[in-house]
Ligand binder design. Structure first.
Ligand code: CU
Length: 126
């Protein structure tokens, strides 16, 4: 094998090695500011059980990522009538996600913009 080929091979092995370390570090140190909420299978009319976990506690400045594990599209609407969190996601397709950062300490109620309050959840921002 020529010198250049050997160099390239060596550097890619080193690259893969560091990339693997980087990936495993991500597993060991998950983002403490990130909380994931599942929109559960057949969530449409499960009430408080449409989201899991529910309620969820997130630290001030942290964010919540909703993952749609259902076969229908849902959306997330912050319930402005019940506490001061007014926000609205686009439709979240099956398998899709929506991320929202919370920078104020509060309790936030939310529901699905498509199925209404038959799907509801709560976020406690500490
Ligand atoms: Cu829905």
């Amino acid at each position: 094998m020529c010198f250049v080929a050997r160099c390239i091979q060596k550097s890619s092995i080193v690259g893969v090695f560091f990339f693997a370390i980087f990936l495993s570090a991500c597993d060991f140190f998950p983002d403490p500011q990130k909380k994931e909420v599942s929109i559960v299978f057949e969530a449409s009319d499960l009430g408080d059980a449409s989201f899991s976990p529910n309620p969820i506690v997130v630290h001030f400045g942290g964010h919540v990522v909703w993952k749609n594990n259902d076969k229908l599209t849902h959306s997330i609407v912050g319930d402005a009538e019940k506490g001061g969190c007014a926000f609205k996601s686009e439709g979240i397709l099956p398998g899709g996600t929506f991320k929202k950062t919370f920078s104020k300490r509060m309790t936030c109620q939310y529901y699905c913009g498509i199925h209404g309050r038959a799907m509801r959840g709560r976020i406690i921002v500490k």
